[in-house]
Design a protein. Structure first.
Length: 238
């Protein structure tokens, strides 16, 4: 059984839920095969049109069939993308994502890239990349999200099986059960009976292909809290 990645981008407008929200809805259409949904940040620059933060999303799932059997994902995004959006979708087996695609993805985090470069990269690497409406500009973030998810070192999980069902206060075992690696920062050593406060918003980092959650000790709460916490300006896509 292989892992398949579905990258999407530019599916929203100023009034709709973000691309991350749509990616999570798409993951629900994929059933219990989903391994997680990640958010990936690309360059924010005046020359780049974007709705909020220029981020794409990627759904990772276990899959045994042909890529063509995932055509429902294209139809889903095309039907659910917001009016006025420029959606793009990329679908690939993770072990077939090439260095060229990863290089393109890295470049998109640092430089302005053109849509033609995304299509050319996908074409040269025999990858499925589709523009589904508007200008189709979302193909850049869709291909980039697949590249960054495959590399496994840049992004964060916006969904994992069980992630959004965590209570406000959990134990370390609760994170272990859903496959989140907790990274304790600071000088204090963790104890077996320590509490971990989630704040109702846990978004592990993508590190080494795994979900890694840095936490810090907060004396006033007598608990560990997430280093990455939700703010009033949190991205719309998460």
């Amino acid at each position: 059984m292989s892992v398949v990645l579905i990258g999407i981008d530019d599916t929203d407008n100023e009034h709709s839920p973000g691309t991350g929200s749509l990616a999570r809805r798409l993951s629900q259409e994929c059933g219990n095969r989903v391994l997680g949904v990640t958010r990936h940040q690309f360059l924010v620059h005046p020359a780049i049109p974007y709705t909020s933060h220029n981020s794409g999303a990627c759904v990772a799932l276990e899959f045994t069939g042909d890529i063509s059997d995932l055509g429902f994902a294209l139809e889903f995004v095309a039907n659910c993308a917001a009016d006025g959006s420029d959606p793009g979708v990329c679908i690939a087996r993770m072990d077939e994502v090439s260095k060229a695609v990863i290089g393109f993805a890295r470049k998109a985090t640092e430089q302005v890239v053109e849509m033609s470069e995304a299509f050319e990269t996908a074409r040269s690497e025999s990858m499925l990349l589709c523009g589904l409406g508007g200008t189709c500009l979302g193909v850049i973030g869709a291909l980039g999200s697949v590249g960054l998810r495959s590399e496994g070192m840049s992004g964060r999980f916006i969904d994992l099986p069980g992630l959004r069902e965590l209570d406000d206060c959990v134990t370390l075992e609760a994170y272990d059960r859903i496959g989140v690696i907790v990274e304790h920062t600071g000088q204090r050593e963790p104890c077996s009976d320590d509490r971990y406060l989630t704040g109702g918003w846990v978004r592990p980092r993508l590190v080494g292909g795994r979900a890694v959650l840095p936490v810090e000790w907060r004396k006033q709460e007598n608990a560990w809290i997430c280093v990455d916490r939700k703010t009033n300006k949190a991205e719309k896509s998460v």
